[in-house]
Structure formats: structure tokens, C-alpha cells
Design a protein around this ligand. Sequence first.
Ligand code: CA
Ligand code: CA
Length: 438
Amino acid sequence: MRTQKCHGRVITALVGCTALVLAVTGTTSARAAHRPGPDRQVLPAGDGWAAYGTGTTGGAAAGRAHVHTVTTWEQFKAALADGGSAPKIIRVKGVIDADGPSCDSFAVPGYDFDAYLAKYAPKSWGRTTTLDGEPADSPEGLRRASAAAQDAHIKADVPANTTIIGVGENAGFNGASLQIEGVDNVIVRNLRFESPLDCFPQWDPTDTADGNWNSEYDSAVVHGSTHVWMDHDTFTDGGHPDSTLPYYFGRIYQQHDGELDVVKGADHVTVSWNVFEDHDKTILVGNSDSAATAAVDRGHLKVTFHHNLFRNLVERAPRVRFGQVDSYDNHFVAGDGYSYSYGIGMESQLVAEHNAFTLPAGAKAGPILKKWKDAPLTAADNYVNGRLTDLIAVHNAEIPGETLRSGAGWTPVLRTRVDPAGAVPGLVDHRAGAGRIG
Ligand code: CA
Ligand code: CA
């Protein structure tokens, strides 16, 4: 006989977690009358940093007048604006286009991309001056005005005490950018986010020696907010991966930014059972080392990531600054172009335990960690291609110039369920993401 922990309860059994799931499922009909439907579910007690203090209930207490079912971007925005911070539930039915009819629909009169390329080509404009000082009637000024029109359309502000939840197995947004800014108590579940495409990336001749096209718009941003639970969502570039984007001035015309950013003093966030896939710069926890940002972020940015599938990403899963991030029971699957998973940034204290990494045959494990700044982390019980691997030791052996220190200096306690790393791929691959909350 052996003792193991499944779904928060310790059992003594000859069977695994799967058998317990079946046993629990068998009792649901008897208890169904007493359990809330998915619309009114709240974050379970103790389930990650979003359970800290007052916990996260979203719109669970909404009165009938504040339960909305929406099928268009206009209806969704109207539902968000209804009733201030009264608890509200917004049910998203089907896939909603948030990106307008076309990029042309946002362009202001006179905007001409060919004129932009002609004026700012490195051979004429050079590589030492940004375009920020360009006047309103210049190609850059017209780009700025066009970008502002897109910005206003595709961003949606989420108020306090809100649950946004997909109905059924095929709900989500194309090209939306959720702004969870300066509010408390938000739940976002069961939604597929196909990344926004910035119609008007800005050329920065001074970003690296070769210049870069930079774009705005993350699928979701948690900006200075508290108690946010992102659960069973899918974030993906979907039908427009970076491999389909054109090149101008010899650089990729990058139209994507992040999938999920947690920034500007945000705190107490749980990110569970999501799929993050087919993307480059995936998740930032903290977006700057600057003194002004440090003053806002230091002591905050506490985020838990568990049971997420990180598949075919380039980098930032996540890149961490300042925060105490707990990342456990996640499955990372590397594909072509893989750079790193965890970015160790300024004053971060990452704990990475019980995770599984699937790397291509022959790939080294050292780059799973990337050192941006000297900061300590805890890494234990992580498996790489099925083998127990000391991520820090392997990193330090393979990349001698980037020695990382062990010992994050804190121990996560807000965990309801810890699965052994070896079981994580089997669990997460089939149960993470939108369309799977049953
Ligand atoms: Ca569209
Ligand atoms: Ca961003």
C-alpha cells in the first residue's frame, strides 16, 4: 500500500489519481443540486496566490440583472460597462471577432505604409534616431493616429467583481486585448484567445543594431490588479503564427506582443490549467527594471502557475521580475525556435517544482533557465524527457557565464493539489485549455 495525495485529499490506495477521479465523478449526480454551475464557481480555498486574503470570487454573487450572455464584441463591451463594480457574470457564446472588419478600417486618412517604408528606410533615415519626435502629419504621425483607433477598438476594460466565462467547448475571442487594470476580484475561464495582430507596428531604428518592429496588445494584461484567476483558457497565435509574418528592412514585421502580462504592482494571481502555445514572447511578470517600476512592483507580483501546458513557445514562460512566482505541475513542450522557459529577472524569487519538460531529441536542458539578472530560485523535482533533472546544476554546467543561485528564500503554501512531475504530461495535455471545464 502507498499513500498519495490526489485532488487535495490524502488517500491510501493501490490505485492512482485517475481511479479517484472516477470515484468522485460517480458521486456528482447526488451532489449536483448543491454545487454551483461553472458560471458561479469561485477559486477554491488555498489554490495559489489568488486565494490569498479575501480570495477570488469574481462575479459569483451577481444578481440576475447582472448576468449577460454575449455574442458580439459590442455586446461584450456593453456588458463590461454595465453596473459599475456590482458583481457580474459575462457568458461568451461562440467566437467573437474583436479586431474589426480589417486593418484598413482603423487607418486614418492619408496613412500610407509605402510612404512609411520609403521615409524611414535605414539607408535614408539611418539607425540612430527614433521616430518618436515625428509630427502628426508625417508617416509616423499618421501611423500613431491609426494605431490609436485600433487600440480603442480591441481593448476592453474589465471591472472589479467580474467573471468572464466561455459557454460550452468553442468560445473565445479573435484579436481581443483584455485590460484587467486597477481592479480586484476577476475570473476569466474557458476562453480561447487568438492573439491580437497589431495593424501598425512601429519601426525603432535604435532597438538592437539592426532595428526592430515593435507592436502593442497582449491578449490579457493584469495591470495593478489583485485577486485574478485565469483558468482553463487557451492563448495562441492560431491562424497567424510569426512564420507567416513578412519582413521589412530585413527584420520581421512583428505584429504580436504578449499572451498574458502581469505588471505594475499586480498581486495575487492564479494561472491554472491554461494552454499557452504557438507564440514568441509569452508571459511577463513585471515589465521593467526601472527605478519607478521597482518602486511599484517590489513586494508584489505574486503569481502561481500550475497545471498549464506551455507548447511551442520561444521565450518567457514566464520571464519574472520582483515577484514570488510559484510554478508547479506545468508541462513545457519545446518546438522549433525554442529559446528558454523561465527568465530569471531583477529581484525575482521563482519556485519551480514538479514540472515536466519535453525537449526535442538531443536538445540541452541548460537553456530551460535564462539568467537576465542575479536572483535566486528554487528548482526541485523537475523532469526533462522523463528524467529527474537539477535545472540549476545543468544550467550552470552548460552555460558557465550565467551562474544561477539556488534558494528562492520562501516556501509556497497556497497549493491544493500537487501531482508528481512524472504524471504531469498525461494530466495536463488532455485537461488544460478552453473547452475542458466539463
Ligand atoms: Ca475580423
Ligand atoms: Ca506586453
